[in-house]
Ligand binder design. Structure first.
Ligand code: AMP
Length: 485
């Protein structure tokens, strides 16, 4: 019996999966993907690529970690290939695709991806974000780029300085739209949208869909195709979640204990506040753990250095706030630890989405104190899963042994005050004195097909005066925010 072409079991399993060459992508793109080691498109790529190639607007419900960047970048590169040229004239390289991201780190990562996917084509790309010198960005823009990746504040700075013209933009991508709104970028987004030609393709991606996001979407997407691969609770399915019940003053010891007991390397520990993140990183260092904090008070250079050291294995623990951690592309992170349960349940989903990526499994360990009961209830409601706090095995914290911890040596009152003001600056749009806003937890809209509504905000009609861009309302001067220079 000839058995030559009988696939083996693993081959048979992958034979039915879609392939990148099914989409009609050009050979230079396929070559880049092969070099990247991508064998099959991820679910969002399989859904998004054909739709984007058709020129349709897209509303994508997907988190970072699903492969959404290639989901929009690959068809953009394919569509722009008809304009690709090797002319030295900047006029032959106008911005044709604009990709907006909320944070500098995400902008950098998206730009890296776009560069590698387009490296065998003559298309040019560049990234502009705040916190660093504008001059090299200006030089790149002046030379001409077809694909521009940017954070909103710095993009408007370049517009104001007339180093950027967006009048030939054909494709506009708004990545992580929910975080853009969280960070107070709505006025900047409206200004930017007004700078674009009316005739264009729009792609919007968001991990969560609040009423504000839907309003924004309905204001600028035209008859969008809804693409949904991971509901906001889907990440939880491949992540093992454990909630450890500990006393507040034993939390830092608990982190050290977990790191040692589980021999954890490469973990992001989430803190709700910048001051808490810095303090915990210092504490961990004192306990012999290689740790660094990453948050909005750190300079861009410091954050990049910490991220690089973490990726290279020089740092085992990155202590991060939600804003700083958003969009970090750290492949195969085995574990995340919630030092604090987040104030918003959706942040919990974002946090645990740092692990269990690209189909791998991961552990999400959370520290829980009695005062967190409401926060835990919100999380359970959102992910539709019961999370029962358990005791941490073999844990004998210094506080329980009657030893003084660093926290008890400090003035608790000044810590609390500092944390309050810290929270205010980390999440600028929120008033510190106001109660923490209660977001809609389970949005039934997630469960039904997208129905475009009439534009709720007449964005297109608002006049734009780029001279006013400096007067934008206060927002987090954090990742992706306007440079202070
Ligand atoms: P993203 O959600 O775009 O941030 O992508 C998450 C991670 O998955 C990144 O490290 C990508 O390089 C990787 N990735 C994206 N597409 C694929 C694919 N088709 N196969 C394997 N890895 C991928």
């Amino acid at each position: 019996m000839p058995e030559l072409n009988t696939p083996t079991a693993p081959e048979a399993a992958t034979a039915s999966l879609p392939r990148f060459d099914d989409f009609g992508l050009a050979p230079p793109i396929l070559q880049a993907l092969a070099e990247q080691g991508y064998q099959h498109p991820t679910p969002i790529q399989a859904q998004a690529i054909p739709v984007v190639l058709q020129g349709r607007d897209v509303m994508g419900a997907a988190q970072t970690g699903t492969g959404k960047t290639a989901g929009f970048s690959l068809p953009i590169i394919q569509q722009l290939l008809s304009h690709a040229n090797t002319s030295a004239s900047p006029a032959r390289h106008p911005v044709r695709a604009l990709i907006l991201t909320p944070t500098r780190e995400l902008a950098d990562q998206v730009a890296d991806n776009v560069k590698s996917y387009s490296r065998h084509t003559p298309l040019r790309s560049a990234v502009v974000f705040g916190g660093i010198d504008m001059a090299p960005q200006t030089a790149a823009l002046r030379a001409g780029v077809e694909i521009l990746i940017a954070t909103p504040g710095r993009l408007l700075d370049h517009v104001q300085q007339k180093t950027l013209n967006l009048s030939q933009t054909e494709i506009f991508v708004m990545d992580e739209a929910d975080r853009m709104l969280d960070m107070g970028f709505l006025p900047d987004l409206q200004r930017i949208i007004n700078l674009l030609p009316k005739q264009r393709q729009n792609l919007m991606f968001s991990a969560t869909f609040s009423p504000e996001i839907k309003k924004l979407a309905s204001s600028f997407l035209k008859n969008p195709q809804l693409i949904e691969v991971a509901r906001s609770n889907a990440t939880a399915e491949r992540v093992t979640q454990i909630i450890y019940k500990v006393e507040e003053e034993a939390k830092r010891d608990a982190v050290v204990h977990l790191l040692k007991q589980r021999e954890i390397r490469q973990v992001i520990v989430f803190s709700n506040t910048k001051i808490g993140a810095s303090r915990l990183a210092r504490e961990l260092e004192r306990a012999g753990v290689k740790a660094s904090a990453i948050h909005g008070d750190k300079t861009q250079a410091e954050r990049m250095a910490a991220l690089e050291a973490f990726k290279a294995g020089g740092i085992d623990v990155l202590v991060a706030t939600d804003v700083a951690a958003r969009g970090l592309d750290i492949a195969e992170l085995p574990c995340v630890i919630n030092y604090d349960l987040p104030y918003n349940a959706e942040d919990y989903v974002h946090r645990i989405g740092r692990t269990g990526r690209a189909g791998a499994s991961g552990d999400a360990l959370s520290l829980y104190c009695e005062k967190d009961a409401r926060l835990l209830a919100d999380i359970e409601k959102l992910i539709k899963q019961k999370l029962t706090p358990v005791e941490l095995e073999d844990f004998h914290p210094r506080s329980a042994r009657g030893e003084r911890t660093d926290r008890s040596e400090r003035s608790d009152r000044s810590d609390r005050q500092a944390d309050r003001s810290d929270r205010r600056t980390e999440r600028a749009p929120r008033s510190a004195s106001a109660p923490i806003p209660r977001k809609e937890k389970v949005d039934p809209w997630f469960l039904k097909p997208y129905e475009p509504a009439a534009p709720a905000v007449p964005i297109e009609e608002k006049p734009v005066d780029p001279r006013n861009t400096k007067a934008a309302p206060k927002r987090a001067a954090l990742l992706g925010g306007r440079s202070k220079t």
